[in-house]
Each structure stands twice: as C-alpha cells, then as structure tokens.
Design a protein around this ligand. Structure first.
Ligand SMILES: CC(=O)N[C@H]1[C@@H](OP(=O)(O)OP(=O)(O)OC[C@H]2O[C@@H](n3ccc(=O)[nH]c3=O)[C@H](O)[C@@H]2O)O[C@H](CO)[C@@H](O)[C@@H]1O[C@H](C)C(=O)N[C@@H](C)C(=O)N[C@H](CCC(=O)O)C(=O)O
Ligand SMILES: Nc1ncnc2c1ncn2[C@@H]1O[C@H](COP(=O)(O)OP(=O)(O)OP(=O)(O)O)[C@@H](O)[C@H]1O
Ligand SMILES: N[C@H](CCC[C@H](N)C(=O)O)C(=O)O
Ligand SMILES: [Mg+2]
Length: 493
C-alpha cells in the first residue's frame, strides 16, 4: 500500500464523533490494522466486525467505519479512545467508495459480467478480444487476474480493498482495459460499488448459492444489483435473452436509462446467434450484428460457448469498439483453462474433457454441449461441494442422469462435511450411478470405461488445483489425473 495520508472527507466519509483523522491505510480485518488505519467493522455472516473494534483500536486504528450496531457494540471503547467514528447505514457501500478514492487509479475502460454460469468464460473472452485489438487488457475473477498483468485472487469478486489495490497496480502497469466477474456474493456485499463501469453483462440465472442467499428472489436481487446499482445510466447492458430472466434484466437496465444490447438465438436480437455447425475441434458460427452477417470460426467446444462469446463481443462493442473489428478477432479466441478443456485422448480415439460445471444447469449444459461432438457414449465423473448449497446436490445427480450414459459419483471439495453423506444426496437422484469416493480412482474408472467414439466429462473442479478435505487442501488437478489415467491404461505418456 502506498505511503500516504488522507482525510476522511477525501475518502467521502464524515465522522460522527472523535478527533480529526489522518488515514494511513484501510483494513476490513482487525488483524491487518496498522497505526492510523481506517478499520471497517462490517456486519458479517458469522460475527459483527464491531466485535473487533477494540482490537483494531489497540493496533492503533485512527478511524472506525461501521453501522449503528457496530457503534453500539464498541461504544465504551470508542468513547475512551477518541478515535474518529463514521456510522453509515450501509458500511460496505461506504467502504467500497472509500477504497476507490484511496487507491485512485482504475483502468480507463472497465466492464463486468454477472450470472450463475459463464462469468469466467465471458470475462476471459472479453480480455482476449481487447488484446487482439491491441489493448493492454486483463480479466479479474475465479482464475485470478490474467492477461497483460497477472496476480492471484482468493475470491471471484475480491473485497473492495483488495480489488482497488489490484486495479490501481494494474493501471500503474499500463493496463487500460479490464473485464471483471461480478459474483452474487460480491454484489450483495457491495464489493465493487466503487468501480467505474462502461458496460455490464448478464449470462443466465439458475440455481446456485441458495445456502447464502436463502431464496431465488434474494439471489436474483443480488445479481440485478449490477444493473440497478453499480452500472451507471450511460453504460451499456448486454443481456442474454435466451435465459428466462433475460427480459427482466433488460427491463431493469432500460429503466435505469442504460443502452441495452440484446443477445440471443432469435433474429430480433441486436446480436443474434443465427446458426452453428459443430465438428471435432470446435464450431462455425453465423452471427448477425444488427442484421448484418458475420460468419466466424470458433475453436471452442460446446454450443453455449457461442453465447459466451456473443456476450463478450457485446461488452467490447458496448464499451466502444467497432463491431467489424470485434468479429474479425473472434477466430483468435482460445478456450478457458478447465472449461470444456480437452485433457487427454485415449489411443482408441476417445476423448477426456475437464469442465468446471458445478451447478445442475452447468452439468446439463456441458453434457448436452458434448453430444454433437461425440458418436458413442457420454461418461461423466462428478460430485458436489461440501459447505455449499445442499439443495443443488440431487438436482446435479438428476442432470447427469438425464444427459449422460454412464455415471461416476465422486468427491469434490467435501470441506467440513462427511463425503459419503454428500455422495448419498447426489445419488438420491441417480441411484444407478457408480459410487467411487476417491476422485483419482473415479477418473481412472471413467477413463477405463471409454470405448472408441465415447467421451468422458470430468466435471466440477475445472482449473482448481486442490481437493479441500476438512481444513486441508490436497494437491489435485483433474487435467493431470486424466493424463495419468490415460497413460496408465494405454501405456503412453
Ligand atoms: C460468505 C462471505 O462471502 N463471506 C465474506 C465476508 O465475510 P463475513 O463478513 O461473512 O465474515 P465474518 O467471519 O462474519 O466476520 C465479520 C467481519 O469481521 C471481520 N473480522 C473477523 C475476524 C477477526 O479476527 N477480525 C475481523 O476484523 C471480518 O473481516 C469481517 O469483515 O467478508 C469477508 C471479507 O471481505 C470475506 O473474506 C468472506 O468471504 C469468505 C471467505 C468466502 O468464502 N466467501 C465466498 C463464499 C465468496 O465470496 N464467494 C464468491 C462467489 C464464488 C462463486 O462465484 O461461486 C466470490 O466472489 O468469491
Ligand atoms: N453460458 C453458459 N450457460 C450454461 N452453462 C455454462 C455457460 N458457460 C459456462 N457454463 C458452464 O459453467 C461452468 C463454469 O463456467 P465459468 O467458470 O465461466 O462460470 P462462472 O460463472 O465464472 O462460475 P463461478 O460462479 O464459479 O465463478 C462451465 O465449466 C460450463 O460447464
Ligand atoms: N466458486 C464456487 C466454486 C465451486 C466449485 C466446486 N469445485 C465446489 O467446490 O463446489 C463455490 O465456491 O461455490
Ligand atoms: Mg467464475
């Protein structure tokens, strides 16, 4: 963090009590507080950050940003310390704006994408198109920061302090364009409210994260926040109209005055996916941009990727590039790590794909997408994560049952839960599936079952490099395991 000072007013904040503060840095975790820092004591899902105000004050915090509840929890310590106290009705939003002002620089041209599935894919394709057009661009999300500047990231949408530190560093390194993922947690917690966006995208809305949001309505409201709160009225909203919620999202965006760019299979859309022809290594797609045809080669497996590419193209056009240039760049797109990635091929010609499908809709979409590329049977190895939405487990089982011919149910980050109990919840909807808890063995069994013309989809972990069991992370990589299995069975590397 840069060595500098700011007044509360310079961070858009007004103190309710306490002495004048000269802020030296920002922290959301009391353990990161240094002398002179502003500590944001936020209402959490487990505990109220107000519980840690006294600790932050002992570490030398110069100011506290919190809500009425946090101020009440630490009233005595706050009065005794004389530290500046800012009380906000929504301290997360206030922190996001303060972080934007503290770190200052952001890439000039930024866009964000939300939706249950496809965010990483769309953000990555957006960055790739910008780079093909000669811009210094990055994407920020589940796979970290990638492109013209790189950094790891623990969250899909980082907390505002981490996010604005990243944006400022990237801008300082010459990055002019950034595409970021807006997760529903991130939107609900106002993590990106201080980001200046030129365009926002919506992929789709299906089940995930009900453990956190509670209801579909609350989950949708969180996602809608990208358009009705974060995206300014002069921005473009790029909406997938194939999704059942597309029309609602478009209406919200129009009500805010945003320029809506619709994307979909119907001819009435601004960007229409008019036709697709599949082959072993990808697809030819006929797009219509405002009625004019652009026929492009996509070296990407899966019909849904043409939708993700269309959204990315819409975002780039919405953010100011000429449509003809954008369509010319599309054949250069390459697949996203762990998304429909061809991981290995058996000597009998059967293929193994690794994909990040971890929701019911994603499993159905990924399996359906493979069908036109496969003449034989579809085999799937999958599981469901622990400490995450439990209600999606049988739905994932049902999706696999409906769209695959042979099923192996295995473990996928059981976290604190009993792995056998998670598998049982999945298998309630696919009782005939083979149950193989150990993921490496499940992949080996899946690969062993491959006959000429078959394909195996290893779903759920995509780019992930570890299996999370209890508090430990064991190194595990689906792509690597697929290659090992093929080498072991076929005797080749
Ligand atoms: C459910 C959730 O999103 N939690 C995030 C949230 O934590 P919280 O507010 O609920 O934390 P809490 O434990 O109740 O603590 C309350 C407050 O006390 C503070 N605290 C806590 C302990 C202490 O000693 N001192 C201290 O100051 C915490 O920093 C926090 O501000 O705010 C924290 C600080 O920003 C985040 O680190 C934390 O992310 C947790 C680790 C997490 O796992 N989040 C996941 C579910 C998530 O955000 N995922 C999304 C979506 C992924 C997808 O697309 O599928 C993502 O964007 O990554
Ligand atoms: N447009 C789409 N429609 C339906 N399913 C999709 C779509 N795009 C991707 N998927 C499926 O979802 C999986 C995850 O894709 P991706 O990582 O791009 O999504 P995400 O929204 O970033 O996920 P996360 O919420 O974990 O960040 C893919 O591996 C694929 O199976
Ligand atoms: N960002 C998602 C990823 C899930 C991936 C899957 N491997 C799992 O662990 O469930 C989540 O944390 O819900
Ligand atoms: Mg993602």
């Amino acid at each position: 963090m840069a060595e500098r000072n700011a007044t509360l007013a310079e961070l858009g904040l007004t103190a309710k009590s306490g002495r004048e503060a000269s802020i030296t840095g920002l922290a959301v975790d009391s353990r990161a507080v240094k002398p002179g820092f502003l500590f944001a004591a936020l209402p959490g899902s487990k505990v109220h950050g107000g519980e840690f105000i006294q600790y932050a004050l002992r570490m030398g915090a110069g100011a506290i940003l919190t809500d009425a509840e946090g101020a009440r929890i630490a009233a005595a310590e706050l009065a005794a310390s004389g530290a500046a106290l800012v009380v906000a009705s929504d301290p997360r939003e206030a922190l996001a704006c303060a972080a934007a002002l503290w770190f200052g620089a952001q890439p000039d041209c930024m866009v964000a994408v939300t939706g249950t599935n496809g965010k990483t894919s769309v953000a990555t394709f957006t960055r790739q198109i910008w780079m093909a057009l000669g811009h210094a661009a990055i994407n920020i999300g589940t796979t970290g920061v990638e492109g013209a500047w790189a950094a790891p990231s623990a969250h899909t949408t980082p907390d505002p302090i981490t996010l604005h530190a990243m944006l400022a560093q990237a801008a300082g390194a010459g990055v002019t364009h950034a595409a970021m993922e807006a997760s529903s947690h991130g939107l609900d917690q106002h993590r990106m409210d201080g980001v200046r966006l030129r365009a926002g995208g919506f992929t789709n809305f299906t089940q995930d994260h009900l453990d956190y949001h509670g209801t579909f309505e609350a989950y949708f409201t969180a996602k809608a926040g990208l358009f009705d709160r974060v995206l300014p009225p002069d921005a473009a909203a790029v909406i997938n109209m194939n999704d059942a919620k597309g029309a609602d999202m478009a209406a919200l965006a129009r009500a805010k005055g945003q320029r809506v760019i619709t994307v979909g299979h119907d001819a009435g859309n601004d960007l229409c996916i008019a036709a697709q022809r599949f082959d072993a290594s990808g697809q030819d797609v006929r797009y219509l941009w405002q009625g004019a045809p652009h026929q492009v080669r996509l070296n990407l497996i899966g019909g849904f990727q043409a939708e993700n590419v269309a959204l990315a193209a819409g975002l780039v056009i919405g953010a100011g590039e000429a449509a003809a240039d954008v369509f010319r760049a599309l054949p250069q797109l390459s697949g996203v790590r762990g998304r429909m990635q061809l991981a290995a091929t058996r000597t009998n010609g059967a293929s193994v794909f690794v994909d990040y499908a971890h929701t019911p809709d994603a499993i159905a979409t990924a399996l359906k997408a493979l069908r036109p590329h496969v003449m034989g049977r579809l085999i799937v190895v999958f599981g469901a994560g622990g400490d995450r939405d439990r209600t999606k487990r049988p739905l994932m089982g049902a999706a696999a049952q409906a769209h695959a011919d042979v099923l192996f149910v295995t473990d996928d980050n059981p976290r604190s839960e009993d792995p056998a109990a998670i598998r049982a919840e999945v298998m309630a909807a696919c009782p005939e599936a083979n149950e193989v808890g150990d993921r490496a063995e499940a992949i080996l069994r899946g690969v062993d079952a491959l006959q000429p013309g078959d394909a195996l989809l290893v779903a759920g972990k995509g780019h992930e490099s570890g299996q999370v069991i209890k508090g430990d992370i064991f190194p595990f990589d689906d792509v690597e395991q697929a290659s090992i299995a093929v080498a072991a069975l076929d005797g080749v590397i």
